[in-house]
Design a protein around this ligand. Structure first.
Ligand SMILES: [Zn+2]
Length: 133
């Protein structure tokens, strides 16, 4: 056992680059563990896991679940800027064309100069004129 040996820490209570003091804790005459305290401010850590050892890897704040959730949100925003929803998107039998950039595009392309397509106009409807007989 190396109890009592100081270890370098960055204290989470006082923020100082300091040392951890390990002291054996007794319950009567039986050793009941160690007290882990900051040499600078005396903050006591509940356990080894809570000690901010110097050089310890930074705990990842975001889990994988959080990260994929963010990606989903990003994809949704991107979908709003798809060329096929853009006012400059022209479709003809041979290609899909961007009238702003004068180039061929894909319906799934995205563009920073995205302009929302206006809602379909009434005049696009072609009423069939049947001769009334
Ligand atoms: Zn401290």
């Amino acid at each position: 056992m190396e109890s009592g040996k100081p270890v370098e820490i960055i204290c989470s209570a006082c923020g100082k680059d300091t040392l951890l003091i390990r002291k054996p804790k007794y319950d009567g005459f039986t050793k009941a563990g160690e007290t882990l305290t900051c040499a600078s401010c005396g903050h006591e850590y509940p356990g080894e896991d809570a000690v901010p050892f110097k050089g310890k890897k930074v705990v990842q704040v975001f889990s994988d679940a959080d990260r994929s959730a963010k990606v989903e949100v990003f994809r949704e925003n991107e979908a709003e800027h798809l060329c096929r929803h853009c006012a400059n998107y022209v479709i003809n039998p041979f290609m899909q064309w961007c009238s702003l950039h004068k180039k061929e595009v894909e319906a799934t392309d995205t563009c920073p100069q995205f302009k929302p397509k206006p809602p379909p106009k009434e005049e696009e409807k072609k009423p069939e004129t049947k001769p009334a007989l």
